[in-house]
Design a protein around this ligand. Structure first.
Ligand SMILES: O=C(CO)[C@@H](O)[C@H](O)COP(=O)(O)O
Length: 218
C-alpha cells in the first residue's frame, strides 16, 4: 500500500483555516490530522467541537482526530458527530482501552491508539486486533514544531514485528517532527502514515511539500 500523508492543521493559520483546509483538499494529502488538546493530558489547549465542525464543512478528505485528552470515552460520539473518520485515544489516558476501542468502532469510525514516547509498543499486544491505526508519537505530545525523537525508528520496527506476528493489518502512523530528512527512514522502518504539521505549513509551498512527502520512494 502506498504511504499516506496527514498534514496537521495544528500548524495552520487559524485566521484563514478554511483556506488552509481548501489548500489540503487540492493537495496530495490523504487525511487531515486534527489535534485536540485539553490542558490536562497535555500542557496545552488547542480546539474543540465547533472548530472541528468548521473544518469538516470544508474538508474533502478523511479527518484523523487525535485526542490528547483525559477521559476521551466521554466525548467519542461527539467527535464522530462533528466528522471524525478516525478517532485516536492515548493508551496512557485509557484505563479501559479495549472498551474505549469498541466504543469508537460502534460509532463507525476507525479506532486509533496513540503512544507517548516512553510507552512501549508491547503494551498493545492484547488489543492489537481491535486497532485500525497505531499513532507512535515521535515528540512529547502537546506542541507542534518540536524535535523528532530518534528512538522512534526502533519502535516502528518493534510494532511492525508485532503486526506480522499477530497478522494484524493495522496502520503505523508517525506524529511529530516529521520532515523530508527523516521521512524516507521512517517509511523504510515500516511507517504507513506520516503526520506533518510545521514542516508543511511553514514551507514556502505547502502543496509542493506535501507532494514531495507523498512521492518519497523507498
Ligand atoms: O500531536 C501533535 C503534537 O502534540 C502533532 O500532530 C503535531 O501537531 C505535529 O506537528 P509537527 O511536529 O509536525 O510540527
Amino acid at each position: 500500500m502506498p504511504h499516506l500523508i496527514a498534514p496537521s492543521v495544528l500548524a495552520a493559520n487559524f485566521g484563514q483555516l478554511a483556506q488552509d483546509v481548501q489548500m489540503l483538499n487540492q493537495s496530495a494529502a490523504d487525511w487531515i490530522h486534527v489535534d485536540v488538546m485539553d490542558g490536562r493530558f497535555v500542557p496545552n489547549i488547542s480546539f474543540g467541537f465547533p472548530v472541528i465542525e468548521s473544518i469538516q464543512k470544508v474538508a474533502q478528505k478523511p479527518m484523523d482526530v487525535h485526542l490528547m485528552i483525559v477521559e476521551p470515552e466521554k466525548y467519542i460520539e461527539q467527535f464522530r458527530a462533528v466528522g471524525a473518520d478516525t478517532i485516536s485515544v492515548h493508551l496512557e489516558a485509557c484505563p479501559h482501552l479495549h472498551r474505549t476501542l469498541q466504543q469508537i468502532k460502534a460509532t463507525g469510525a476507525k479506532a486509533g491508539v496513540a503512544l507517548n514516547p516512553h510507552t512501549p509498543v508491547t503494551l498493545l499486544a492484547d488489543v492489537i486486533q481491535d486497532i485500525d491505526v497505531v499513532c507512535i508519537m515521535s515528540v512529547n505530545p502537546g506542541f507542534g514544531g518540536q524535535k523528532f525523537i530518534e528512538h522512534t525508528y526502533r519502535k516502528i520496527e518493534q510494532l511492525k514485528a508485532l503486526l506480522l506476528e499477530t497478522g494484524s493489518d493495522c496502520l503505523i502512523e508517525i506524529d511529530g517532527g516529521v520532515n523530508q530528512q527523516n521521512a524516507p527512514k521512517l517509511l523504510a522502518a515500516g511507517a504507513d502514515v506520516l503526520v506533518a504539521g510545521s514542516f508543511v505549513f511553514s514551507s514556502a509551498n505547502p502543496v509542493q511539500t506535501i507532494q514531495e512527502l507523498k512521492t518519497i520512494k523507498i
